[in-house]
Design a protein around this ligand. Sequence first.
Ligand code: CA
Ligand code: CA
Length: 215
Amino acid sequence: MIKLSILLMILITACNSKNVKLSPTNNLTDSIVKQVESLTVDDFNDMNLRANLGGEWNTEDDSSAGGNSSAIIKLVRGRNKGGGALRLDYVLGPRYEYRFSAFTLTFPEVRDWSGYKGIRFWIRGSGKKMRIELATEPVKDWDFHSYHINKTPAEWTEYFIPFSDFKQGGWGKERVELNLALIYKMYFLASSSIDGEEGFIEIDNMSLEKNHNNR
Ligand SMILES: [Ca+2]
Ligand SMILES: [Ca+2]
């Protein structure tokens, strides 16, 4: 009887130590850690223009400056044919010199992203130039901190852009540090300024990341 108890104890101990090594447990822990380190801005899977993180997607073009560029957004099928993605179709018109078409994400109140290292998203487009701008309260003259993509990729491609890579154009009156605690809007602009350029940009699975290599 004593021998049987000892055998049972050895068996239980062996099973327990084996369980510790089971990879699904570790994978679950990894997954929870990644959820904490990653914050979804929008996956577009509910097929509306309200972002998961709050705020609304919309369009802007140069018509407010007397231009005749156009910008249309809609939800389309996402990458890998799953869920949704956001699509901008645009034409840059001749009338305004600094012509632009854009889609934007506007928050109802200022956001604090200072705990995050950068922004991750998937993108494809028509091979044209675009830039992303972070609108923060300290910048009063539209010279927002921006990041340029020279050629949008034809196939879905994942980008991670550290916030430290966003720079002001320098044409504004004042140079200020990017204050991630005072974000109120993001712009995604077709920005080549080429008269008559037509194109599209699609984005999906946008998130804020605390770590560069987090996936
Ligand atoms: Ca939504
Ligand atoms: Ca999606």
